[in-house]
Write a protein that binds this ligand. Structure first.
Ligand code: ATP
Ligand code: MG
Ligand code: MG
Length: 550
């Protein structure tokens, strides 16, 4: 890739390497909570963490941040692993915060023993009220002065299941007057009688994020713990627990989360779209999920390129969806195999081509590559499907397609001249009649005739029927999360258009999942997972040009 200046995280890593901190070692982690499928924002974090490790001869752990039993599922764990691998990254270790439950419990006991944590019997409302406001200090309650022995006993009882959810919590004893509200004796353990996706019913108390994340980093000896800006106020707690527990000094660094126009990017919101059936699952091609983008036909390289181009920002911003489209278009222009497909068909009859005669023409798979990456046979006959929009009853000047008296080249085949057409009782054009010029065959044209337009086509007796799905933005507004009311009120009702009966050239019966196809003049497409031998289904990944208007 091109030379670019270092981003601020790379600068930190280089300084640390130069000063010999951590003995020249770089270990990052990607820490998803398995409570949903990954989205393109996560791809940014993945590229950043794995990319840093790669550039500085380091490693990256995949750590599932699974401390909330009620929202986490194995299905999500599996999908996350699949997505990270698909993006092209290998983790050094597959780890789970839940593997540290014993250690984290011991850390909590150690804090109690140091007089730095206490069991509080107050309700969550009482605790919130006692915390004060940003301008007024909080007020200590009677539980804050419990003895170490009493706290140890109560915490053991919490663990043993003596209490119901919410009856007691363990809090760190820090500073009820701190300007950072998160330091006002934060909750570090809560009671939750729930089955965990890995530890089952072994625990009924679970650590809070702030009591799990930093310590997990420290246990793994992570050198650079990269997270998004909303964790800036958590950094004091991150450092404080590491210091008080005398753990490995991992450090947290924050960057701006990725936001993209016309979409939402929070697992909670994406889950609503799935549960309320606005979309066809987490991998619906309109979703901002990695699995959705994959099904839509995005390639790992295009997503990595997108993440590289947007860089690493320190301030929140909004990236235009069309940049993502630009990246996939660039990639597919180089890699997609060219094919012909007629999305809105109308029949053309070549009146001077012998009925029943079949000719086999040839087209390269990829003209962008030397040698064409092989090719395929394209059958030609006297009846062809062409695109309805390539014919006009009364063509204006400079319409370089078909109308009576006008000529075009049929891609890979001959020049044809339109002689006549037929209409039904409602005035709809049903057939177009042409003559072809036998000496004008592509690659061997001795006709001396020049035409301006070239159109695509598919031979009627050879065509395969396909369902083609065209997608538009899932939302009508740039930032649906920032509008009045519910974000779902801003869903674009026309985000999916299904063409039930397009005609595609016969070789597309051999289309492979995961390969990009350029349907000539129509865009980039890929085979959908619902496609069968009986019924081909294609998704449009992106149009050929950025033709989208607000
Ligand atoms: P969500 O709101 O979508 O659930 P999250 O931050 O709670 O996001 P996690 O599973 O905790 O999701 O995220 C794993 C990692 O990915 C975290 O380090 C998080 O900061 C990062 N991440 C999540 N969303 C984005 C985003 N939009 N841009 C960049 N990084 C992100
Ligand atoms: Mg999170
Ligand atoms: Mg979350």
């Amino acid at each position: 890739s091109e030379e670019r200046s270092l981003n601020f995280i790379e600068e930190i890593v280089e300084e640390d390497l130069a000063s010999g901190k951590h003995g020249g070692r770089v270990l990052t982690r990607f820490p998803p909570e398995p409570n949903g499928y990954l989205h393109i924002g996560h791809a940014k974090a993945i590229c950043l963490n794995f990319g840093l490790a790669k550039n500085y001869s380091g490693k990256t752990n995949l750590r599932f941040d699974d401390t909330n039993p009620t929202k986490e599922e194995t299905e999500y764990v599996d999908s996350i692993k699949e997505d990270v691998k698909w993006l092209g990254f290998d983790w050094a270790n597959e780890l789970y915060a839940s593997d540290y439950f014993d250690k984290l419990y011991e850390f909590a006991v150690a804090l109690i023993q140091k007089g730095l944590a206490y069991v509080d019997d107050s309700s969550s409302e009482e605790i919130a009220a006692q915390k004060g406001t940003p301008t007024t200090a909080g007020t200590p309650n009677q539980y804050r002065e419990r003895t170490v022995e009493e706290n140890l006993q109560l915490f053991a009882d919490m663990k043993a299941g003596k209490y119901a959810d919410g009856e007691r919590v363990l809090r760190a004893k820090i500073d009820l007057a701190s300007p950072n509200m998160l330091l006002r004796d934060p909750l570090i353990y809560r009671i939750k009688h729930a089955t965990h996706h890995r530890t089952g019913d072994a625990w009924c108390i679970y650590p809070m994020y702030d009591f799990a994340h930093g310590q997990s980093d420290a246990i793994e000896e992570i050198t650079h713990s990269i997270c998004t800006l909303e964790f800036v106020p958590h950094r004091d707690l991150y450092n404080l627990f590491i210091e008080k527990l005398e753990l490995f000094p991992s450090k947290q660094y924050e960057f701006a989360r990725l936001n993209i126009t016309y979409t939402v990017m929070s697992k909670r919101k994406l889950l609503q779209l799935v549960e309320d059936k606005y979309v066809d699952g987490w991998d619906d091609p309109r979703m901002s999920t990695i699995s959705g983008l994959r099904r839509r036909g995005y390639t790992p390289a295009s997503i990595r390129e997108f993440c590289e181009r947007i860089g690493v920002a320190k301030r929140e911003n909004m990236i235009d969806f069309s940049l993502l489209e630009f990246c996939i278009r660039e990639d597919l222009n180089k890699t997609a195999w060219r094919r012909m497909a007629v999305l809105d068909p109308i029949k053309m009859i070549i009146t001077n081509y012998p009925e029943g005669q079949i000719e086999t023409l040839h087209g390269d798979n990829n003209p962008e590559v030397e040698g064409g990456e092989g090719g395929r046979d394209i059958p030609f006959s006297n009846e062809l499907w062409i695109e309805r929009e390539d014919f006009m009853e009364e063509p204006p000047k400079k319409f370089f397609r078909l109308g009576v008296g006008l000529s075009v080249r049929l891609k890979h085949a001959y020049i044809v001249k339109c002689e006549d057409f037929k209409k039904d009782a409602d005035g709809n054009v049903t057939e177009i009649y042409c003559t072809y010029i036998p000496e004008s065959k592509s690659g061997n044209d001795t006709s001396g005739i020049n035409v301006k337009g070239t159109i695509h086509w598919v031979s009627v007796p050879h065509a395969k029927t396909a369902e083609v799905r065209l997608y538009d933005r899932l939302f009508k507004v740039e930032d649906p999360s920032n509008e009045e009311g519910d974000f779902k009120d801003y869903i674009n009702p026309d985000s999916l258009q299904i063409l039930p009966a397009a005609y595609v050239e016969p070789d597309l019966a051999n289309a492979e999942t995961g390969r990009g196809y350029q349907f000539i003049r129509k865009g980039y497409f890929t085979l959908d997972k619902l496609s069968t031998d009986e019924k081909l289904v294609f998704n449009r990944t992106v149009t050929l040009k950025d033709g989208w208007k607000a």
